[in-house]
Design a protein around this ligand. Structure first.
Ligand code: PHE
Length: 343
């Protein structure tokens, strides 16, 4: 009997030694110590022994069981430690490798410029109005004193959708929309930013889609001096205190008199005949403006004998090009990250 126990002990011990994974170890546990395991079967054989032999052999078997159990527990701990080591080794990361840079997005240069323009006018008490990009012929032309056969319609080659509907060629229709919305003929001080569309070829200074900001002020006693003062103030805010403006006579069907406004060159201040920005002239055209035509006021329900107004319209791309020193309009629309990252 003792020999049998020793044999089993040795067999268990060498099997445990040889085992390399937890599953196989558990199989060994079941084989020797389980309910039908070999050690358990030995206990049953004990019944055949004499009463005085039973305690001695019982102790031997118990000791052997305990011994095997200890061996299994130790092996189990060893295998678990091994498993952890393997896991750590296979999941090892090199903490000295530089991390991947996360790029933060930011506002587009046109949005930055537009926000700046809006802020300047909002600080002067202007409201911000909006109008649709798909506009009616009536608001885009007719309500602005450009009847159907008016030759000035040729000035802006338009994207027509139907005979009566087109992509707006300017933000000026928002002038008429705002006046007509004010059924009580309240005074107006508003700007209207937005996209406009013209059938232009796409090159360094033209794009079939660009951004304008319209301005309209209507009240009693508004004069050309108010227009000039407002635009002078705006230019000094956006281009710096040394900026000056110059007004040239011009023509727009919806303003009378009309003017084109130049700002003094912020690159060379008129001192460099080879200046890339103003080409030596010292002046840069930045917007169109004028006193609202009496017919435009009356068509939208305001009485030109009681109120007067001024209006202006500027291109945001142009202002962004001047403030950031950009010489090609297309950069704004091509989403080249090397360009956009600079703002
Ligand atoms: N709408 C004109 C343009 O697009 C600009 C303008 C606006 C002129 C308001 C006068 C008054 O060229």
């Amino acid at each position: 009997m003792e020999n049998k126990v020793k044999e089993l002990c040795d067999a268990a011990s060498s099997a445990i030694n040889a085992v390399t994974d937890l599953k196989a170890l558990d199989d060994i546990r079941v084989k020797f110590l389980g309910k039908k395991g070999e050690m358990t079967t030995l206990v049953k054989v004990m019944n055949e022994l004499s009463a005085d032999e039973k305690p001695r052999v019982g102790k031997i078997i118990n000791d052997a069981r305990n011994q095997i159990k200890t061996l299994i527990d130790d092996k189990k701990a060893e295998l678990k430690a091994q498993e952890l080591q393997n896991k750590l080794a296979s999941e090892k990361i090199d903490v000295t490798l530089p991390g991947r840079k996360i790029y933060r997005g930011h506002l587009h240069p046109l949005t930055l410029t537009l926000n700046r323009v809006k802020e300047i006018f909002m600080n002067m008490g202007y409201s911000v109005e909006e109008g649709p990009e798909v506009e009616t012929d009536y608001f885009n032309f007719e309500a602005l004193n450009l009847p159907k056969d008016h030759p000035a319609r040729d000035m802006q080659d338009s994207f027509y959708i139907t005979e009566e509907i087109l992509l707006r060629t300017q933000t000026s229709p928002v002038q008429a929309r705002t006046m007509q919305k004010n059924s009580d003929n309240a005074p107006i001080r508003m700007i209207a930013p937005g996209r406009v569309y013209r059938r232009d070829d796409y090159d360094a200074s033209h794009s079939p889609m660009f951004t304008q900001v319209e301005g309209l002020v209507v009240d009693e006693g508004i004069t050309f001096a108010d227009l000039k003062g407002t635009l002078d103030f705006f230019c000094k805010k956006i281009f710096g205190d040394t900026a000056q403006i110059r007004l040239r006579p011009s023509f727009f069907p919806f303003t009378e008199p009309s003017t084109e406004v130049d700002v003094s060159c912020m690159m060379c201040h008129g001192t460099d005949e080879h200046c890339k920005v103003c080409h030596g002239s010292g002046w840069l055209e930045i917007l169109g403006a004028g006193m609202v035509h009496p017919d435009v006021l009356s068509m939208s329900g305001y009485d030109p004998s009681k109120v007067s107004g001024f209006a202006f319209g500027m291109g945001i791309e142009r202002i962004a090009m001047l403030t950031y020193g950009i010489d090609d309009l297309r950069y704004f629309f091509e989403n080249d990250i090397r360009f956009l990252q600079q703002f």
